[in-house]
Ligand binder design. Structure first.
Ligand code: SAH
Ligand code: SF4
Ligand code: F3S
Length: 439
C-alpha cells in the first residue's frame, strides 16, 4: 500500500464552511488523503474561503502568496481554493495567483475527487457550477470515526433575500432545503459517533422547508423529529431571518426540551429608513414585537444578533436608532461590522459614509453590546446551568464546556470527561467565560 497523501485545509468564514471542510476532507479521503495540521508536509492545500467582507476576501491572496516557497520545493504540491471567494471570483483567482491548481465553488464539492485527479494529471481544475444533483447525497460515504460532542449539520443552503449589502445569494446560490429523512439519518449517524449536540445550519435556516413524509416540513417540524433521536441531547440552529420566524418555531422554543434557549436573530440596523434601503423587509418595531413573543414563549432565552454600521447614507440619527434598539433588546452576544462594499451588490453603488464616522459608530456600538453581554453573563452567577463538556481547560484538572445559553463555563474537578453533560453552579464571571463547580 502506498503512503497516504496529506491534505491541509484552512477554513475561513461561517460555520457552514466548517461543515463543508469536513465534507471535503471526507471526499478526498476516498482518494487516499488524510488530514494534516500543517501546510509544510501537505500534498494538497485547500483554502476554504469567505467573501462576506473585503478583508476576508483579500486575506486569501496574501495566504496563497505564502505558499510560493513550499510549491517551489515541492512541485507536486497542489493548491486549491474552495468556498465563497472561489464562487465569486472563479478563474480570476488562477489569473491573479498562478500557483493555484484548483478552484471549486460550494455547490461542487462532490466533484472534488475528479478535480483532484485532473490536477495530478498536470491540468488546472475549475468548477463553479450550480449543478442539479444533490451534492449531500454524493458526499455521504463517511468514515465511522468517533468525533467530539458537538457537530454542525447543514439543513438549508443559499438565500433568496438579497439584502442590499450581501454576497451570499450570489456565492451560495438560491435557497435549497435538504429532505428531512436525510438530515435525520445524518443526525443518527453523528450520535452513533459520539455527538450529543447538533447545530442545524443554513444561511436562512428558519426558511427551511425540506421534503418530509407528509409534504414540506418546517424547521420546527424538523426539530421535533430530531427531538426524538435517542442520545442527542441538544439542538441549536443558525442563522435565522426575522421574517421567517414562524409561530411553530417560536412555540418550539417554549416546549421542545432539547431545543436550547439561545437564538441568533440578526436585525442589522435599528433605523427603518436604513432597513428599507438594506432591503430587509422588516422594521425595528416588528423585530422588537417578535422578540417579545419569543421571550413570552421562553423567558430566559439569550438573544444574539448581527449589526452593520456605516451602511451607505446612514446618519448619526439612524445610528442612534440602532443604539436604542440594542438598549431595548439587550443581547447576550452580538456581532457588529463596519459596512464593507461588495462589488456587484446594490449598495455598492450608493453614497458611502465617511470611514472615520463609521469607525466611531462601531466603537460606540461595540461598547454598548459588551456592557450588556457582561451584565447577562454576570447575572448567571449563583444559577445552576447544565454544561456539555467539550475539552480540557488551560489549567490542570480543568474542563471547559458550554451552558444551554452558549456561555463557556470552566469547571475544576476530577471525573469529568469530554461529552459529559452535568449540572454546574456558577460561581464567577470573567472577561469571556464563567467559572463554576459541579453540583
Ligand atoms: N445568513 C446570515 C449571515 C450572513 S453573513 C444572515 O442572514 O444573517 C453574517 C453577517 O455579516 C451578516 O448578518 C451581516 O451583519 C454581516 N455582513 C454581511 N454583508 C456585509 C457587508 N457587506 N459588510 C459588512 N458586514 C456584512
Ligand atoms: Fe445575506 Fe442573510 Fe440577507 Fe441572505 S438574509 S442576503 S444571507 S444577510
Ligand atoms: Fe462567508 Fe460564504 Fe459563509 S461569504 S460567511 S463563507 S456563506
Amino acid at each position: 500500500m502506498s503512503e497516504p497523501k496529506k491534505l491541509f485545509i484552512k477554513t475561513y468564514g461561517c460555520q457552514m464552511n466548517v461543515y463543508d471542510s469536513e465534507r471535503m476532507s471526507e471526499a478526498l479521503g476516498g482518494q487516499g488523503y488524510v488530514e494534516t495540521k500543517t501546510p509544510d508536509d501537505a500534498d494538497m492545500i485547500l483554502l476554504n474561503t469567505c467573501h462576506i467582507r473585503e478583508k476576508a476576501a483579500e486575506k486569501v491572496y496574501s495566504e496563497l502568496g505564502r505558499f510560493k516557497g513550499l510549491k517551489a520545493e515541492k512541485p507536486d504540491l497542489k493548491i486549491g481554493v474552495a468556498g465563497c471567494v472561489a464562487q465569486a471570483e472563479g478563474e480570476e483567482i488562477m489569473r491573479r495567483q498562478p500557483l493555484v491548481d484548483l478552484v471549486v465553488g460550494p455547490q461542487s464539492y462532490h466533484r472534488l475527487p475528479e478535480m483532484e485527479a485532473k490536477t495530478r494529471a498536470g491540468e488546472k481544475a475549475l468548477d463553479t457550477d450550480f449543478p442539479e444533483e444533490d451534492k449531500f447525497e454524493k458526499l455521504k460515504n463517511r468514515p465511522k470515526a468517533k468525533r467530539g460532542p458537538t457537530a454542525f449539520l447543514t439543513v438549508q443552503e443559499g438565500c433568496d433575500k438579497f439584502c442590499a449589502f450581501c454576497v451570499v445569494p450570489y456565492t451560495r446560490g438560491a435557497e435549497v432545503s435538504r429532505p428531512a429523512d436525510r438530515i435525520i439519518r445524518e443526525a443518527h449517524d453523528l450520535v452513533e459517533r459520539g455527538v450529543r449536540e447538533i447545530t442545524l445550519l443554513g444561511q436562512n435556516v428558519n426558511a427551511y422547508h425540506g421534503a418530509g413524509p407528509d409534504g414540506d416540513m418546517t424547521l420546527a417540524g424538523l426539530i421535533w423529529e430530531l427531538n426524538k433521536v435517542d442520545g442527542l441531547e441538544r439542538i441549536r440552529f443558525t442563522t435565522s431571518h426575522p421574517n421567517d420566524m414562524a409561530d411553530d418555531l417560536i412555540e418550539a422554543h417554549g416546549s421542545c426540551e432539547k431545543l436550547m434557549p439561545y437564538l441568533h436573530l440578526p436585525v442589522q440596523s435599528g433605523s427603518d429608513r436604513i432597513l428599507k434601503r438594506m432591503n430587509r423587509s422588516h422594521t425595528a418595531e416588528s423585530y422588537l414585537r417578535l422578540i417579545e413573543r419569543i421571550r413570552a414563549a421562553r423567558p430566559d432565552i439569550v438573544m444574539s444578533g448581527d449589526f452593520i454600521v456605516g451602511f451607505p447614507e446612514e446618519t448619526e440619527e439612524d445610528f442612534q436608532a440602532t443604539m436604542d434598539l440594542v438598549e431595548e433588546v439587550k443581547y447576550g452576544y452580538a456581532y457588529s461590522f463596519k459596512y464593507s462594499t461588495r462589488p456587484g451588490t446594490p449598495a455598492a453603488e450608493r453614497a458611502q459614509v465617511d470611514p472615520a464616522a463609521a469607525d466611531d459608530r462601531l466603537q460606540r456600538l461595540q461598547a454598548l453590546i459588551t456592557r450588556h453581554q457582561r451584565e447577562i453573563q454576570d447575572g448567571m452567577v449563583g444559577l445552576t446551568v447544565r454544561v456539555l463538556f467539550e475539552k480540557p481547560g488551560r489549567l490542570p484538572g480543568q474542563m471547559v464546556g458550554k451552558s444551554e445559553y452558549l456561555h463557556s463555563v470552566h469547571v475544576k474537578g476530577t471525573g469529568i470527561a469530554v461529552g459529559d453533560l452535568k449540572e454546574v453552579r456558577i460561581t464567577d464571571s470573567g472577561a469571556n467565560s464563567l467559572a463554576g463547580e459541579l453540583l
